[in-house]
Design a protein around this ligand. Structure first.
Ligand code: MF3
Ligand code: CO
Length: 250
């Protein structure tokens, strides 16, 4: 389904959904320390969501077995929470979705466990987050999807980082994934035109090496072919007449 222009009531629920999601991810950032496992984080987010009458949008989506995707190091996205304790220096992506009143928001961040990011890891995380914000700057009614893609690509130009081609941003709201796809590379002026009050998830997915990815035998975990570290930052936004509203930011 192509993402619909949302009604005023739907937008109210999207705002609540995004705020709940942002608050829970802030909590994840605080509890994710060496010795804590992905299953611990999964239990945390599930109980936080339940406490505010929200549903975890990923649980059961296409059969995904848990509430949050947790992908460490060379795992790129869609990692299944497990009992391995995080270790100092792990580069971990937390990707979470909330359904509140039928409206879904989707957001992700990457952090280094137990220490301040430095060196290549710092470069990777900072460039990926900056590329997300660069993409968001292009959003307004009348812009083309390709404007976002081209801006993300150009933000990463000259960094030597890999832009994963096979994973894309997307429309979001009534479902986790709505059309259109929003690639992280492309040409300005191409692709579908954005309308006011559409909701979109923008998510550059970037590696320290080559952009090729492969799927694990579990059918979910995506990792880099060359073993390089990967990062992802994602926000759900609402398209405005003259810009965008970030729904998943505190
Ligand atoms: N945020 C993820 C994405 O946009 C959605 C994960 S759904 C799940 O691809 F089923 F994999 F959890
Ligand atoms: Co997404």
């Amino acid at each position: 389904m192509f993402t619909r222009v949302k009604t005023a009531d739907e937008i109210e629920n999207l705002r609540k959904s995004g705020r709940i999601l942002a608050e829970i991810l802030q909590g994840v950032r605080e509890i994710a320390k060496p010795g804590v496992s992905g299953l611990d984080v999964d239990a945390f987010v599930a109980s936080e969501a339940e406490g505010v009458n929200a549903k975890c949008a990923f649980k059961g989506y296409s059969g995904f077995p848990f509430s949050i995707c947790i992908s460490a190091n060379d795992e790129v996205v869609h990692g299944i929470p497990n009992d391995r304790p995080f270790e100092k220096g792990d580069v971990v992506k937390f990707d979470f979705g909330i359904n509140y009143g039928g409206m879904i928001t989707d957001s992700a961040f990457t952090m280094v466990i137990g220490e301040a990011p430095s060196g290549e890891k710092k470069k990777l995380l900072e460039a990926t987050e900056a590329a997300l914000y660069r993409g968001l700057e292009e959003i307004q009614a009348g812009a083309h999807v390709g404007d976002i893609s081209a801006a993300i690509e150009s933000a990463l130009k000259g960094t030597g980082l890999g832009i994963v081609r096979d994973l894309v941003g997307h429309g979001v709201g009534h479902q986790v994934h709505e059309e259109p796809d929003i690639p992280n590379h492309g040409r300005a002026g191409r692709g579908p035109v954005l309308k006011k009050n559409m909701s979109l998830a923008i998510e550059p997915i970037i590696t320290l090496g080559d952009y090729n990815i492969k799927m694990d035998d579990d059918g979910w975990t995506v990792r880099t072919v060359d073993g390089s570290l990967a990062a992802q930052f994602e926000h759900t936004i609402l398209v405005l007449e003259d810009g965008c509203e970030i729904l998943t930011k505190l």
